[in-house]
Ligand binder design. Structure first.
Ligand SMILES: Cc1cc2nc3c(=O)[nH]c(=O)nc-3n(C[C@H](O)[C@H](O)[C@H](O)COP(=O)(O)OP(=O)(O)OC[C@H]3O[C@@H](n4cnc5c(N)ncnc54)[C@H](O)[C@@H]3O)c2cc1C
Length: 368
């Protein structure tokens, strides 16, 4: 009989659910750890925001999800499900091709129920330490906390599915320390009302930056989008009375002025940072085998497998452009490799190129 491993999955979002299902299908014994009181990860909209709007205070209270109230997917319905569990086969009363976040959450609930995954999840349980026992790849200690109580469990493999859209990344802005206005990162944006009649500078024109700008412009006095795309010149956006685009910011001044490289100067009330996120795995202790440097996770083969530790340690869901439709295919590959102690030799031969396959922050532009 095939060996059944005890596997820890950290996170009950899209990635954790897909991996848990495939591991269970392969006959492994799975425990899914989830900090929150329900599954869904990013897709669980939370009206609360972090206690620090820029995410700089290490002791801030953190809200995991970064989605805002009006958010609809920017992946169409037929690409938003799993390849063998389709979003298009579900009816949730909204026929729009780009569904709202509530519907994605219902879809994930159904997925988890249909494959018996809910019973595998330890809710309200945060993983605080993952470490190899005696440097063995097939023995891992997972320390977790539930209501202040600490527990240690031993596993033969650990799947990191903890997400990477929670810790704000900020642009370096000359003069920002003395700027008197308000600042917020898009992680802490929920609704446009607080921007009523304000002059807002939005930094970043990725999907979130652009969408949030459009929404804020419905109530704000002016919205100025600063972009680092080349050759952007100060110009008013067509069909928008109160929106402008600009190049990067040059300097910010104590009197409230924001100066752009294109020569424009705006006296702004609020700066909204739509500048992306930092990878962060505070629980992971690998003695430097896997590191996050300059917002790059590595070394990872195919953005998933750390050559020295895989397949007993895998990272799922790191690339931002990974379409969820194929998440179950990746999860299936991981589950079918799990019994091995090492990656297949042909994969290990690819180790020298791993340095090039780490995820670069610039490649991540689902959200900004
Ligand atoms: C604003 C925004 C819009 C997006 N739009 C789209 C879109 O339109 N289409 C699309 O395909 N993707 C979109 N994405 C990407 C989206 O994040 C992924 O689709 C997907 O939800 C990622 O799933 P995940 O499971 O990897 O991570 P998450 O959904 O972040 O789940 C991670 C889970 O791990 C848990 N966790 C974290 N740390 C711990 C710990 N230490 N212990 C226990 N549990 C832990 C968290 O509570 C969370 O539940 C968007 C993302 C954002 C932020």
């Amino acid at each position: 009989m095939a060996q059944s491993l005890k596997v820890a999955v950290i996170g009950a979002g899209v990635s954790g659910l897909a991996v848990a299902r495939e591991l269970q299908r392969e006959g492994h014994r799975v425990v899914v750890y989830e900090t929150q009181n329900r599954l869904g990860g990013t897709w669980m909209y939370d009206p609360r925001v972090d206690t620090d709007p820029l995410g700089l205070d290490p002791n801030r209270e953190i809200v995991h999800s970064s989605i805002y109230f009006s958010l609809r997917t920017n992946s169409p319905r037929h690409l938003t499900g799993f390849s063998d569990y389709l979003f298009t086969s579900k009816q949730y009363g909204d026929s729009r091709n780009f569904p709202g976040h509530e519907e994605v959450l219902k879809f994930l609930d159904d997925f988890a129920k249909d494959f018996g995954l809910v019973e595998l999840i330890r809710f309200n349980t945060e993983v605080v330490r993952v470490e190899r026992v005696d440097s063995r790849n097939d023995e891992w200690v997972v320390e977790s906390r539930t209501s202040g109580l600490s527990t240690e469990d031993i596993f033969e493999a650990v799947m990191v599915c903890s997400g990477h859209y929670t810790v704000p990344r900020l642009a370096n802005l000359s003069g920002i320390e003395k700027w008197p206005g308000k600042q917020v990162h898009s992680h802490n944006y929920r609704v446009p009302e607080p921007f009523q009649d304000q002059i807002v500078v939005v930094i970043g024109n990725g999907p979130s930056g652009y969408e949030i700008s459009l929404e804020i412009a419905t109530v704000a006095k002016e919205v100025h989008i600063s972009s680092r795309s080349p050759n952007v010149k100060c110009s008013k956006l067509d069909n928008h009375e109160n929106m402008w685009q600009h190049s990067e910011i040059n300097n910010i001044y104590e009197n409230g002025t924001v100066c752009f490289q294109d020569g424009a100067a705006i006296c702004a009330d609020i700066i909204m940072h739509c500048t992306g996120y930092n990878y962060d795995f505070p629980f992971l202790q690998t003695n430097g085998i896997v590191t996050v440097e300059d917002n790059r996770v590595g070394p990872l083969y195919k953005h998933v497998f750390p050559p020295q530790l895989a397949p007993r340690l895998c990272f799922v869901g790191l690339p931002s452009r990974a379409i969820r439709r194929n998440q179950n295919v990746l999860a299936h590959t991981i589950a079918s490799l799990a019994r091995r102690r090492r990656l297949p030799p042909s994969w290990l031969n690819a180790v020298p190129v791993c340095k090039r396959t780490v995820i670069k922050s610039e490649e991540r532009d689902w959200v900004g």
